[in-house]
Design a protein around this ligand. Sequence first.
Ligand SMILES: C[S@@+](CC[C@H](N)C(=O)[O-])C[C@H]1O[C@@H](n2cnc3c(N)ncnc32)[C@H](O)[C@@H]1O
Length: 165
Amino acid sequence: MTTPENTQQQPAQETVTDPASPDAPFMRQIKTYVLRAGRMGSGQMRAFEQFGPKFLIPYSAERLDVQAAFGRSAPLILEIGFGMGDATAKIAQVRSGDNFLCCEVHEPGVGALLKRCGEEHIGNIRIVQHDAIEVMDHMLGTDSLDGVHIFSQTLGTKAATTSAA
Ligand SMILES: C[S@@+](CC[C@H](N)C(=O)[O-])C[C@H]1O[C@@H](n2cnc3c(N)ncnc32)[C@H](O)[C@@H]1O
């Protein structure tokens, strides 16, 4: 229903487009992770040197040539946040016909998965040590993915521990 209140014209708001301007609206960059402190073991550090050149893809704000990165064309699965990579390694070995692009920001986890990829010759994994949101935004085309994996066995373990207590 029209009332005198809601027919009143509000003054037009000036849109501030320069984010550096003091008048710009408050912008929050949401992150889905907290970078945990954690020391890398010597095996994980060696894995960066030994296996990094084959399995690591540096983050870049440019479209990734997926076929060149994997050396083959296959359905592409993005995994977000693989932790230490145990499930990732097993799944990639079972699903050898798929390519797995795996993002993690936790460096010891990246080292651990690199070690497994190298030692177990898991050829269908590539790792980007970067925020998966930015990887999706910049490195992947809109229709480039055939699936997305997000696992949280850590949460499952916690839930199981809590319910058993
Ligand atoms: C709850 S843990 C789960 C780890 C593993 N998937 C598992 O099931 O044990 C979530 C992981 O996701 C990572 N993570 C969260 N947001 C991320 C993002 N935007 N990009 C990359 N990694 C992310 C964190 O660093 C963390 O290791």
